[in-house]
Design a protein around this ligand. Structure first.
Ligand code: ADP
Ligand code: ZN
Length: 685
């Protein structure tokens, strides 16, 4: 349908401000817009929301969007309204007025997208109202929440299948979870077993730099990584709640703005952190995996794992939260033998059935294989998701290929030490035997009489540790949960032991970690950096005035492009990614002014009179607040503004109470601008 796709293209540019589709988006948009049932599996940050938002604008009636997280829905609704689209949400976070307004809009047939929290589906009233509202399509975000095996299971998602049948409309399901088991479950529960059109798309995230490092002094490794990225938003994932708190404190002591987040905090505390993270520039959140699905911030510049994630899927999802805006972002994952031991025992001790535990060991193995990889991380990662021949756009192994050595001999020696001691001892004791250290423990067990005693003197203790860690990584040996981490040989190791297979190991993971100096990573060249900070400052002022997250105004990526290409006119501004018609109208001139500097003839004479005076900067701040509220906080009200002379008067007289402000503004304008202006006046010294 060529005509439809040009329509889609036009809407993409006009409403969303993007000049092209991301890989895979266009075919999905076409399928969804034409009314097919669709299951789309796209990586986090791949741009799933556009795949239902855009078709919603091409289809008649309202599209119902079911999404598990309130914060995420609110952000999307806010974003859509900024772009001039009628959207609303029904969630438990609404005030009664908000809810009424949404129902009104729905009944009047104005709404194009209605976001609904799954809990709402339990109400018969909601179901009936939806049936009358002219719903023409259902979009299900995070569709894997329907899977009872997954950790994100939402029982209310099980009601969606019946809703689809009642409303008799097409359904489009979206998820980033790629495994076949989850897919099958989605098809059964959402599509009543009838296979939808399925799209599996590009798991590569070219803007993410991938890196792993063996734990050396993990605290310092994380601190160095954060120090090299000062002022950039990031997430540090930790294995325990306690660690999130100590590490957040260490980061604060080092001058970062950082806070912790974990499932043990009360709902208010967690909401606070989510809110701060969304709105503040450059905050670091140190969190357990509880901090996750609701994080929709597109400009997270880095994700670090202070501890190894539990599987390759979890790893992919967690690093995937960085750089959703497409600008460069970095990741670092630390791992060590303790992590391997912990993750293995968590799987062994879980109440899941044995097949499930085996599968979980497999997923952990895949991640360990990635951690110990000898060649390109990206290729190794994507191969797991079934993609080959993807060129690498940045990983630690391509940056600096590791030194390897034939490890067959070392591995056989270590296996032999384990086997001769009945597979009953951990790494430390095995290394003592290999090195010929007659410790008390060695003597007690008479291990100094073994033929393996002292056969490994060619390697140092640190090198043996690296060998054993890699052996665990390749699943040649596993810590035995029932015997406090005693290392047991697995079947995978047998061909090596028999001499049928050889193996290469990395020599240098440990010592490399020590040598590496943190390189300070900048988003733009030195020349463009000052302009980028000025643009960010302007964005922050606008966001604060509108009480919205900064990226709702423009994402990092847009500002970076502005700083690099320096558009000189509004026309050139439209060519920047993320600048749609509405945003151009609201913010184009403001940002253009930052880029071109004050061009005298663009300044209002009233403002020019104030130049150099304190009132001048107050005038600018009021102007910014006014622009942000041009169509109200929700962005859907009638445009309203104050004359330049009124703004100039306020800037000079500085009314500092609600009363005096309202007197100057008059009733209609004080409704819209009063409290924001007062904030501006009171915050300017
Ligand atoms: P996810 O797939 O994780 O839900 P989102 O839908 O949140 O991803 O999109 C991630 C980011 O990519 C958002 O900031 C969005 O605005 C941006 N984006 C989506 N589609 C495009 C496009 N065609 N061009 C440029 N940016 C896009
Ligand atoms: Zn690579």
């Amino acid at each position: 349908m060529p005509r439809d796709s040009t329509d889609a293209q036009a809407i993409l540019a006009r409403v969303f401000g993007f000049d092209q589709f991301r890989p895979g988006q266009e075919t999905i948009v076409d399928a969804v817009a034409s009314g097919s049932n669709v299951l789309a599996i796209m990586p986090t940050g791949g741009g799933k929301s556009l795949c239902f938002q855009l078709p919603a604008l091409m289809r008649p009636g309202v599209t119902l969007v079911i999404s598990p997280l309130i914060a995420l829905m609110r952000d999307q609704v806010r974003g859509l309204r900024e772009a001039g689209v009628d959207a609303g949400a029904l969630t438990s976070g609404n005030t009664q007025e908000e809810t009424d307004a949404v129902w009104d809009a729905l009944h009047e047939g104005r709404l194009k997208l209605l976001y609904l929290a799954p809990e709402r589906l339990a109400s018969v009233g909601t179901q009936r109202a939806l049936a009358q509202a002219g719903v023409s399509m259902i979009a299900v975000d995070e569709a894997h929440c329907v899977s009872q095996w997954g950790h994100d299971f939402r029982p209310d998602y099980l009601r969606i299948g019946a809703l689809r049948q009642n409303l008799d409309v097409p359904l489009a399901a979206f998820t980033a979870t790629a495994d076949a088991e989850t897919q099958a479950e989605i098809i059964t529960r959402l599509f009543n077993g009838q296979k939808p059109e399925t799209f599996l798309h590009g798991f590569d995230r070219p803007n993410l730099h991938l890196a792993f490092a063996a734990k050396d002094s993990p605290r310092r490794q994380i601190m160095d990584f954060a120090a090299a990225r000062r002022g950039q938003s990031g997430i540090v994932y930790c294995g325990t709640r306690a660690k999130t708190e100590t590490l957040a404190k260490a980061l604060r002591d080092d001058g970062h703005s950082a806070c912790s987040y974990h499932g043990g905090m009360d709902a208010d505390g967690r909401r606070d952190v989510e809110e701060r993270f969304a709105t503040e520039d450059g905050l670091i959140v140190v969190a357990t995996v509880a901090f996750g699905m609701g994080v929709d911030k597109p400009d997270i510049r880095w994700v670090a794992h202070a501890d190894l994630p539990k599987s390759i899927e979890a790893y992919y999802q967690e690093i995937g939260r960085a750089g959703r805006d497409g600008a460069p972002a970095e990741t670092l994952t630390l791992y060590g033998t303790d992590d391997i031991r912990l993750r293995r025992s968590q799987i062994d001790e879980s109440p899941a059935p044995p097949e499930r535990r085996n599968a979980d060991h497999g997923r952990l193995n895949a991640l360990l294989g990635l951690a110990e990889a000898l060649e390109c991380r990206r290729k190794t990662l994507l191969a797991y998701f079934g993609e080959v021949d993807v060129p690498c756009s940045g990983c630690d192994l391509c940056d600096t290929p590791p030194k390897t050595f034939d490890g067959t001999d070392a591995v056989r020696k270590a296996l032999s030490a384990a086997l001769r001691t009945d597979e009953s001892f951990g790494a430390g004791h095995l290394i003592d035997i290999l090195l010929g250290n007659a410790t008390e423990k060695v003597k007690k067990w008479h291990h100094d009489n073994l033929p393996t005693f002292g056969i490994g003197k060619e390697l140092t203790r640190g090198e043996w540790q690296a060998v054993l860690r890699q052996m665990m990584g390749y699943d040649l040996m596993r810590p035995d949960a029932d015997r406090h981490g005693a290392l047991v040989m697995t079947e995978t190791a047998r061909p090596i032991l028999r001499g049928d297979m050889r193996i290469d190991l990395r020599r240098d993971t440990i010592q490399r970690a020590k040598d590496r100096r943190p390189i300070v990573r900048a988003l733009v060249s030195d020349d463009d950096a000052p302009l980028l900070s000025a643009l960010k400052a302007k964005r922050r002022a606008l966001a604060e005035a509108a009480r919205a997250p900064a990226y709702v105004i423009f994402p990092d990526r847009t500002l970076i492009e502005m700083a690099q290409t320096r558009p000189q006119t509004l026309d050139q501004m439209t060519a920047i990614v993320g600048v749609g018609a509405k945003k151009l109208e609201r913010y184009g001139a403001i940002f253009l002014e930052v880029i071109t500097g004050d061009t005298p003839n663009s300044i209002h004479p009233k403002r020019r009179k104030l130049a150099g005076a304190e009132a001048g900067s107050l005038y600018d701040a009021l102007m910014a607040a006014q622009t942000a509220l041009h169509r109200g906080t929700c962005g859907t009200l009638k445009p309203l503004s104050c004359s330049a002379s009124l703004l100039a008067q306020i800037a000079q007289h500085r009314p500092n109470t609600a009363n005096t402000m309202n007197q100057m503004l008059g009733e209609r304008r004080s409704d819209r601008f009063g409290s924001a202006f007062l904030d501006v006046v009171l915050s300017q010294p």
